[in-house]
Ligand binder design. Structure first.
Ligand code: AMP
Ligand code: MG
Length: 495
């Protein structure tokens, strides 16, 4: 495959062209002493970009948004959003830029976007900057989420700027370059709706259909079909987070995508101990975005999307509400179906044909009670979530000691008997239950080292999480739960 050298990087500006009311032309702030910290070379090649060129001074200019190719029109995007339930009609990219859209050699379009590139007209009181630690957190955790096969924005690079960023202490600054199917959010639709400009709302919906859900264009009611497609994509996404124990941490409507990709890795974390009430974010006092609340909160966010779309769904607003309600109600069953399939695979029972009807059924193919009882057991014993499913495969191979050590509950053996009677496939379990995830204590250790100038721990952690299912000698510490003296773990937003 031939890779684009500097002069031939082509960035379109479709968003800016089609939705100028939501795009403010802007550029990245110059960095005093740019230094590339990490570059995802595989991603660069997938995008048709030459990694060696990206490492050059011109390449760094692109990754900082200070030197963009001819024809590019970087913009700060406008959006609104419900943050912790309260509506802000104007949020937008306060410290971010959409550089433009990039066509990869396979013909797929991606947003190339920067975070930490300086103040924009949406910055409000913020400084427009980002620190090395949080940008590397997004780099590492999004890479782990991608390796798990979960839809996500991806981090291309983190460039240290040489600028100091003032938080609780003075920290080194950085810019993250990320790639996304798009940066359209529920909040983008809320912004268009709140503007009162119906033509803008319609253009935004058309733009979203073309980019993400093209089948909706030919449906009888394209905008209803768009909404249904977003409901399906988000129901599947949140189910997959639940299956791996991912806690997003700040599921505001501006952090809920139309594409169905995970976006904005702020106070996110993977579960250590299994507990639906788990909250890591230091600002989530009410537990609104707790692990177990995520499906309900995503559905709530989709209700806000429905409200924004109402004028497009039907001229008769009562009928529009009924249509939206009906579509929103499919969230539960869509979520349950993806979650049930995922649990069936995690339990090594994917070879058993799925239950064709949702009612409990007499031949025992309905795994609902088995899964429900397991989740109850886990909630009582709160074992390390990731270790538990690997230990369960060991039990399927005949050794129950590891799983008993994790769940010292007398009810475990009865559950194991029921499960083992179904003939779980241990090898298949190891192909879907990760052994390496970006564990909180490892992420913290790596970010602390990187902030002090040592990128070694970040690189070793990336090596482990890049192949999450493939247990390798020498990586034992990357598979082990957090040490007893780690925690309670808190993550911080907006840094
Ligand atoms: P986030 O928490 O990254 O989803 O951001 C929420 C909102 O706050 C967005 O409008 C961001 O652009 C804005 N924001 C967060 N941090 C900063 C900052 N340091 N400077 C300016 N705007 C910011
Ligand atoms: Mg955000």
């Amino acid at each position: 495959m031939s890779l684009a050298p500097s002069s031939t990087v082509v960035l379109d500006h479709r968003f800016a062209r089609e939705l100028p009311e939501m795009a403010i032309p802007w550029q990245g702030e110059a960095a005093p002493d740019p230094r590339l910290l990490v570059l995802d070379e595989r991603l660069a090649v997938e995008l048709g970009l030459d990694p060696d060129w990206l490492r050059s001074p011109d390449g760094l200019g692109l990754l900082l948004g200070t030197e963009v190719p001819d024809g590019a029109e970087p913009v700060a995007q406008a959006y609104a959003g419900h943050q912790f339930g309260g509506f802000s009609p104007r949020l937008g990219d306060g410290r971010a830029l959409l550089l433009g859209e990039l066509l990869d050699p396979g013909g797929r379009l991606h947003d190339l976007h920067l975070k930490g590139s300086g103040r924009t007209p949406f910055a409000r009181g913020g400084d427009g900057l980002a620190a090395v630690g949080p940008m590397l957190r997004e780099y590492v955790v999004s890479r782990g989420v991608h390796a798990l096969g979960i839809p996500t924005t991806r981090a291309l690079a983190v460039v240290a700027t040489g600028r100091e960023v003032l938080r609780d202490t003075v920290l080194p600054g950085a810019v993250l370059a990320r790639v996304a199917a798009s940066h359209l959010r529920v909040g983008s639709f809320q912004y268009a709706r709140a503007s009162g400009d119906l033509d803008l709302l319609r253009r935004l919906a058309d733009h979203a259909i073309t980019r993400h859900h093209p089948a909706a264009a030919t449906a009888a009611n394209p905008y209803l079909a768009l909404f249904e497609a977003v409901v399906a994509a988000q129901a599947s996404l949140v189910a997959r987070w639940m299956l791996v124990g991912f806690v997003h941490g700040v599921l505001n409507t501006d952090n809920t995508t139309i594409s169905g990709e995970t976006i904005d890795y702020g106070p996110c974390a993977f579960l250590d101990a299994f507990d639906p009430a788990t909250v890591y974010s230091s600002i989530d006092h009410g537990g609104r975005y707790a692990y177990g609340n995520q499906p309900a909160v995503v559905q709530w966010n989709l209700a806000r999307l429905a409200e924004a779309l109402l004028p497009l769904l039907d001229q008769d607003q009562e009928r529009a509400v009924a249509l939206a309600q009906q579509a929103l109600e499919t969230f539960r069953t869509r979520y349950a179906a993806v979650h049930a399939d995922g649990m069936r695979a995690k339990l090594g029972l994917a070879h058993r044909s799925p239950d064709p009807d949702p009612d409990p059924d007499p031949d025992g193919t309905d795994l609902g009670p088995l899964v429900g009882d397991l989740l109850e057991l886990l909630t009582r014993a709160h074992p390390d979530h990731t270790s538990f499913f690997r230990a369960l495969a060991t039990a399927a191979r005949g050794d129950r000691a590891p799983v008993r050590a994790l769940v010292p509950d007398p009810a475990l053996d009865g559950w194991l008997e029921r499960w083992l009677a179904l003939g779980p496939d241990a090898a298949a379990m190891d192909g879907v239950n990760p052994v390496y995830i970006p564990r909180n204590h490892l992420v913290e250790e790596a970010l602390t080292a990187a902030t002090g100038g040592d990128l070694g721990p970040v690189e070793r952690l990336l090596e482990a999480v890049d192949a999450p299912y493939d247990e390798r000698p020498g990586l034992e510490r990357y598979a082990a739960p957090a040490p007893g003296d780690f925690g309670p773990y808190q993550t911080f937003c907006g840094t």
